[in-house]
Design a protein around this ligand. Sequence first.
Ligand code: SF4
Length: 339
Amino acid sequence: MIDLPQKLYIEERVLSHPFTERILSKLPDVPQEIIEDYKKIGLEKDFRDRAIEDKSCLALAEKKGEVLKNVGRMEENQYYLFHEIDCKYDCEYCYLQYYFNTKVPVIFVNRDEVLNQIEEILQNTESPYFHVGEVCDSLAFDELTGFSKDIGELFNKYPNGTVEFRTKSTNVESLVSLDEVSSNVIPSWTFSPEFICETLEHKTPKLDERINAAKRCQDAGFTVGVRLDPLFRYENWEEDYHQMVSTLLERLDPKKIDYITLGSIKLHKNLLNAVRTRFPESPVILGEIVPSVDGKYRYIKFDRVDMYKKMVSWIREIDSDIRIELSLESEDIKELVFS
Ligand code: SF4
């Protein structure tokens, strides 16, 4: 069943676009407002109201400018997709809270441009890597767009490239209905203990539902990614995370896990301000986080190393082969954790 948005904003210029029509055919009864520019949606409202009200809506718009981006810390052949922005879920730690002025999730309907540009890179680059889900949840609207199927079919033709879908969603129908599954299409889930899903990851599917979705993809032939990032320290964190690791590696086939990434919260000061405004009681900001060398707020090094080492040992109790990575940590932290 489709999770209906409360309202649809549609840019006038994309009203008769075939992709708009495809989406509208699945949302016949949702109230619509025709607009000039998605970037102006909700700007007259207070930041908190915008975040609450507009996140339940959806905008269809035209993407102008780059649809693929290679930014600062990325390797030369890596790209983020800007085919959708923002998210219908509402995680308290999400950097999208401050990244865009508008809060409404947007689907860009000039999707052919995205597919054409990806294909051009696949034809001219040795081993490009595409991240879907850096500025959105990659599968949150897949039931409306079927984008993962278009991408899956494209990557079946180009084994030299890899595409990763980062998600917390359970919308895997398009992926599991692909006629051919190739190893260069990697759906990856962020998993958190149920306590974190309930307290910090508002509107997201529960842990159990995410595991079921990942399992469905494994059963259909995919190798999946597992992202345990961000990790949180709270009273029962050890018990909860140990239990989650055991459940994950029992329910999923470890041989069909491409990697497990571990990371801890990293809050830009603008995000910290957004969290303080929207969630003043949030355990995210009540935890012991301090600014680190890059200016982002994190747990102190000692606590991060402690968490990573314990997580690695719980994973290794069950499987000695899975590739484990640390997300955005320095070489000295990696050495302390893995040596
Ligand atoms: S699911 Fe991901 S993109 Fe969506 S709000 Fe949560 S962290 Fe942000």
